[in-house]
Design a protein around this ligand. Structure first.
Ligand SMILES: Nc1ncnc2c1ncn2[C@@H]1O[C@H](COP(=O)(O)OP(=O)(O)OP(=O)(O)O)[C@@H](O)[C@H]1O
Ligand SMILES: [Mg+2]
Length: 338
């Protein structure tokens, strides 16, 4: 039998899951091209290592950024390369479900579907991120009960209330992993006159974020360039400082959940208070975020198991439910390519 493939086309990472196997690939959405010959040199992890370090004739880009597709053609190449990587030389063509970024246009969706078809897809479907995230988190959303999912990726945070396999209300904001990294870069520059790279900022975010009870004693050494002297400098940074740096961004995320709750029909809000909020996406691992949401909104908050792979797992699980999702619940936006 042909393998079914589920793809989470994230702006930071592309994750692919295969039926019966689970997640088989999780790599950065980066592609490197030789601009003289237009040949693809590397994709994913290998291309990521070249970011900021390649000579002029090599262009290393993120064709999906800020929650949108900024380069159609390169996005198509990326999708094709990754599908070939996981499907190999199958005799039967796979069915493919893709979860696309939330700000993508219809034209861009078509481009994504086309890329998957030319990479050997027999049938290609699209699925909405909140539905895939819920499936991946193992939530039974077929009943008339409300669930709230918050997916914090690299480019966007998507907040949605789901009931009866459909999205009831939702919201997307462009505050997520990347903008939090940028907030740390700005803070270090303003406060300490230290210019740090994006990768250093991301590392600080992962290692030193404590949104619940940040301490001044837990510290880490980082390196950057002093913008006054122009020379390299080492500096110790505390949890408290990282909290200061990311506070505004994080509260924008919390506010978007609050405002979604305000727009949700009261019966469903009652369910959400009982069921709790589910956090998915890489940003769900921000230190103490679950506790902060619990304290600020007074709703229980659970982090999905293996949150960064949750959407991809849910995408491939959607195949088991494709009939019910397609026939019964058009809201689900699972389109068949014609
Ligand atoms: N332990 C961690 N703590 C905080 N943030 C993390 C952690 N691990 C990963 N991240 C962040 O998660 C983000 C990537 O998440 P994910 O892979 O879900 O994004 P994506 O699906 O590609 O993006 P999008 O959904 O916006 O298209 C990055 O910004 C990364 O820095
Ligand atoms: Mg995502």
């Amino acid at each position: 039998m042909a393998q079914d493939i589920g793809i989470d086309l994230g702006t930071a990472n592309i994750v692919i899951a295969v039926s019966g196997k689970g997640v088989v690939l999780n790599e950065p959405s980066v592609i490197a091209v030789n601009t003289n010959t237009n040949k693809i040199l590397a994709v994913g992890k290998k291309a990521y290592r070249m970011l900021g370090k390649a000579p002029d004739y090599i262009s290393v880009i993120r064709p999906l950024s800020n929650g949108v597709i900024s380069d159609d053609e390169m996005t198509q190449c990326l999708i094709r390369e990754f599908i070939h990587k996981v499907s190999g030389r199958q005799l039967l063509k796979p069915r493919i479900i893709i979860c696309v970024p939330s700000f993508i246009t219809d034209v861009e969706s078509r481009a994504v579907i086309e890329a998957a078809m030319t990479a050997g897809g027999r049938k290609v479907y699209l699925i909405q991120e909140p539905i895939a995230a819920m499936l991946g988190a193992g939530v039974n959303m077929s009943k008339a009960r409300g669930h709230l999912v918050v997916d914090i990726g690299g480019g966007t945070t998507d907040v949605a209330v789901v009931s009866m396999n459909g999205v009831v209300t939702s919201r997307s904001i462009k505050v997520a992993g990347n903008s939090i990294d940028q907030a740390i870069v700005r803070y270090m520059q303003k406060r300490h006159k230290l210019l740090i790279g994006d990768k250093t900022a991301e590392m600080l975010k992962k290692e030193l974020t404590n949104l619940y009870d940040p301490s001044d004693d837990i510290r880490m050494n980082i390196g950057g360039r002093n913008i006054v002297k122009g020379l390299p400098e080492q500096m110790s940074v505390s949890e408290l400082e990282v909290f200061d740096a990311v506070e505004d961004e994080v509260f924008e995320i919390v506010d978007s959940i609050r405002s979604l709750l305000e727009d949700t029909p009261p019966e469903l809000v009652g369910d959400i208070y009982e069921n709790g909020i589910i956090l998915t996406g890489g940003g769900a691992m921000l230190g103490g975020l679950d506790k902060l949401i619990n304290r600020t909104l007074n709703v229980r908050c659970n982090i999905a198991k293996d949150p960064a792979n949750c959407v991809a797992r849910g995408t491939v699980q959607a195949f088991k439910r494709i009939e019910s999702l397609l026939d019964g619940f058009e809201n689900v936006a699972l389109y068949q390519y014609k």
